[in-house]
Every structure is written in structure tokens, then in C-alpha cells.
Design a protein around this ligand. Structure first.
Ligand SMILES: Cc1ncc(COP(=O)(O)O)c(C=O)c1O
Length: 435
């Protein structure tokens, strides 16, 4: 039976009267028919405005690491805000969170921010100030947030706009970005060791930073090839370039110490956001003493009225404490492995060519390809239309991944064995329905 979406539709119509497209972030607009209005969440589940229940694998694009509405986090926040929310002075909570981040990730110093966008914007400025250079290098299919410098050749760029892999074109992802900014960014295919080496050898002395998502968390979770992150580290050392790991998605999700711990490669600066507050707005820039010291010396702007605000910081204090004291990520990995294996088996039995990408806490699968995808261009050669039909068939049946195959399936601590088993039953039905 089709879902009743009458309340959802009515609210969406109303939203469109006051909010462009009815959403507060373009990524949430799924078209006139499929954009949902969500009323609540608990654990691994969310409920739309018509009270249809879904097992949630979007998890708000990744932040929910413990589960929706985790009472320990909610209690810590509500208790903290009774004594005020913002002081424009350092609070003990901020010190506690910064200390935990250094202990968990190995960075020396931390500044708090409110969103991933702010964190990558500040990290880039710190790297530029530290090196006295202006250009930087990033990789195709990476999304680093909404500020102008990074909105080139992201996961939203069509394959045809990227040019040849030998001489990639910076594909501007939005109108409204000044043309001149183009000259500051170089985009290269992910995992292409040879091309990277050539380009850095040619212009490494002009580069302030290499900014890399260690896993392509905005392109189905494509993994780094063995040696890729190590090569980037080596080239950054050789040319005095600041290595920035954008761990907005991987941080506190693939290991307590994020990708630095998972892959055993250390960056000079690291950006964190999503999972560190279990869905509350909080972010951080961490880094090596030597690089972060540029902020000690003055003359480098970092700020924000809401940086270190009590709401987000209390949420981070609670979330990080739980991550440190309970086997959260280990448990998510165990259950995620089961889900990945089940998904692979069902797709295999159905005769659908596919490749499973990512790690168990953020994985995906690309349909229509069988070879390991190495970069965003390989992702684009998959069967997106089939993926979307499958995702919509899942959503109709109460299991909600993103309908966009670039967005990984995210798991949280509340996805227990029962939830995984139910997901696999529904997955099998959905595959049969779209085949
Ligand atoms: C890797 C990465 N960096 C930065 C951002 C931007 O974070 P925010 O949406 O909190 O501004 C995102 C958001 O999805 C992201 O995936």
C-alpha cells in the first residue's frame, strides 16, 4: 500500500510559501513529489509528518552517531543551558571538549566552530597564513562546504564539466562565485598518484594546502588506494605544504581518532563537525602546534559569535565522553559489516553488477560497475538512475538511505541487530521490485 503523505504534502506546500523550494539546504530538495517533512526521530528511526516510520540511514548526512534524540546528550545540553548559552568568554565546557579532542585524535590544539563549512574555511585561511601562499589543491568529487573557495569540481559537478583527467577543469558548482577565485584552486582526480606527483612537482612551492577527504564521503565513500594518503603526506613535507584532512564526515565516525587513526597518516590540520555533537551544531579545527601557533601570534582572523556556544559544546562533551567510554564505533562496525555483506549477497543473487564502497559506519554501493572505483569519475559511470529507483523503493517500504547514490549509508549505535535484519528483508523486496 502506498504511504499516506497528505500532511507531509500540505506542510511542504506551506513551506514553499515562505522558504525557497521549501527547504533550508538545497540538498534536501528531492523534487515536488518526494521532498519530505520530518517530525521526529528516536534511535535509528525517523517519522514524517504523516507518522510514517523509517529506519534512517541518512542520519542527517552523517552527524547522528549515537542515535536520534539520545537522552544522555539531550540531558547534558538541557542541564547546561539552564545556566546560560553564550558568554563570549571561554567556558570550562570548551576546555573539556578541546582536551578530549586532543586526547582522542592526537591533534595538539583546537579551535571550535559551528559547522563544517566554517571549519574548512578557517583551516584554509590558517594554512595560507602559515605558508604565505595562496593556491591550494583539492580532489574531484570532494565537498568541503559552502564557502566560495571550495565550490569547484564537487560531487555535484557533472562528469562532462570536469575536462580530461590529464588536464582537469575547475567546474564551478554554483553561480555567484567570482571568476577570479578559480585561479586559487587546483582539482585533481582522487587516487591518481602519478598526476598528483607531476602537479605538485610543478607548482608545490605555490601551494598553501592540500585539502583532502581521506575517504570520498561525498562520492559513495570511495576509499583511498594503499599509499595514496602517505604519498600526499610525503609531497606536503617535501614542499612545505599544509596537509588538511577534512574529517567532517570521517571524524568520530570511522574511529575515535578519525581517518588519522584509521589510516595511520597524520595531517597538519584537521576539520571536524558532524558526528562530534550527535546532531547538534558544533565543529572544530585541530592541528599541530606549529601550524596552530599562527593563531597565537595574532593577525590571523578566526572568530564567530557562536563559536564554543554552550548548546553545541555541551552536546560535544556528552557525545565524545560516550565515544571514549563505550565501544560505539566498534559496535557500529560489527553491525555495518553484516549489513554490507547482506546487501552484497542480495545484489549478487539478483545478478545486479555492483561494487561496495566505504567502511561499515559509512558505506555505499555503486550499481552497474564491478571494478573498484578509484575516483569521482568512476562513480559517475555507475547507474545512478537504478540506484535512485532502488532507494525510493526502500523508502516506500520504510528504510531510508539517501536517494542520491553519492551520499553513503550512515550507521549509528542505535542500529541494532534487529534493525539490520529488518533492513535486509526490505532490501531484498526492494531489489525484486526494481529489477
Ligand atoms: C567532507 C565535508 N566537509 C565539509 C562539509 C560542510 O559541512 P557543513 O554542512 O556542516 O557546513 C561537509 C558537509 O557535508 C562535508 O561532507
Amino acid at each position: 500500500m502506498p504511504r499516506n503523505l497528505s500532511q507531509t504534502r500540505a506542510l511542504f506546500e506551506k513551506a514553499k510559501r515562505f522558504i525557497p523550494r521549501g527547504v533550508n539546504s538545497n540538498f534536501r530538495y528531492w523534487g515536488e513529489e518526494d521532498t519530505l517533512v520530518m517530525r521526529r526521530g528516536a534511535g535509528a528511526y525517523v517519522w514524517d509528518a504523516d507518522d510514517n516510520c523509517y529506519v534512517d540511514y541518512r542520519l542527517a548526512f552523517g552527524p547522528i552517531i549515537l542515535g536520534h534524540a539520545d537522552s544522555r546528550v539531550a540531558d547534558r545540553v538541557s542541564e547546561a543551558i539552564r545556566s546560560g548559552t553564550l558568554f563570549a568568554w571561554t567556558t570550562p565546557l570548551e576546555i573539556d571538549v578541546a582536551e578530549r579532542i586532543t586526547r582522542m585524535t592526537g591533534v595538539d590544539k583546537v579551535r571550535l566552530s559551528n559547522s563544517g563549512t566554517e571549519a574548512t574555511m578557517h583551516a584554509l585561511r590558517i594554512a595560507r597564513a602559515y605558508t604565505g601562499r595562496e593556491r591550494f589543491l583539492k580532489f574531484e568529487g570532494q565537498y568541503h562546504g559552502m564557502h566560495d573557495y571550495v565550490l569547484f569540481s564537487t560531487a555535484s559537478s557533472p562528469l562532462g564539466a570536469l575536462g580530461s583527467p590529464r588536464s582537469p577543469i575547475n567546474a564551478r558548482t554554483s553561480s555567484g562565485i567570482p571568476h577570479a577565485i578559480d585561479q586559487y584552486v587546483i582539482n585533481l582526480p582522487f587516487n591518481d598518484l602519478e598526476r598528483l606527483e607531476e602537479v605538485v612537482e610543478a607548482c608545490g612551492h605555490e601551494l598553501a594546502a592540500v585539502m583532502v577527504e581521506p575517504i570520498l564521503g561525498n562520492a559513495a565513500g570511495i576509499m583511498p588506494r594503499p599509499g595514496w594518503l602517505e604519498k600526499i603526506r610525503e609531497l606536503c613535507d617535501r614542499y612545505g605544504i599544509v596537509l588538511i584532512f577534512d574529517e567532517v564526515k570521517t571524524g568520530f565516525r570511522i574511529a575515535n581518532g578519525g581517518a588519522q587513526e584509521y589510516f595511520g597518516v597524520r595531517a597538519d590540520l584537521v576539520t571536524y563537525a558532524k558526528a562530534m555533537g550527535n546532531g547538534f551544531p558544533i565543529a572544530a579545527i585541530g592541528g599541530r602546534d606549529e601550524v596552530m601557533d599562527i593563531l597565537e601570534q595574532g593577525g590571523v582572523a578566526h572568530g564567530g559569535t557562536f563559536a564554543g556556544n554552550v548548546v553545541g559544546t555541551a552536546a560535544a562533551a556528552a557525545t565524545l565522553e560516550i565515544l571514549e567510554t563505550e565501544p560505539v564505533i566498534e559496535t557500529i562496525f560489527r553491525r555495518g559489516r553484516e549489513l554490507m555483506a547482506g546487501v552484497g549477497e542480495i545484489l549478487g543473487r539478483a545478478g545486479l553488477p555492483h561494487y561496495i564502497t566505504g567502511v561499515p559506519s559509512m558505506f555505499s554501493f555503486i550499481l552497474g560497475v564491478e571494478e573498484e572505483p578509484r575516483d569521482f569519475r568512476a562513480y559517475c559511470r555507475g547507474d545512478d538512475a537504478l540506484y535512485e529507483r532502488l532507494a525510493m523503493a526502500l523508502i516506500d517500504r520504510g528504510v531510508m538511505p539517501d536517494s542520491d547514490g553519492r551520499e553513503p549509508w550512515f550507521l549509528c549505535y542505535a542500529h541494532d541487530e534487529r534493525v539490520i535484519a529488518r533492513t535486509l528483508e526490505v532490501f531484498e523486496q526492494a531489489v525484486k521490485a526494481v529489477k
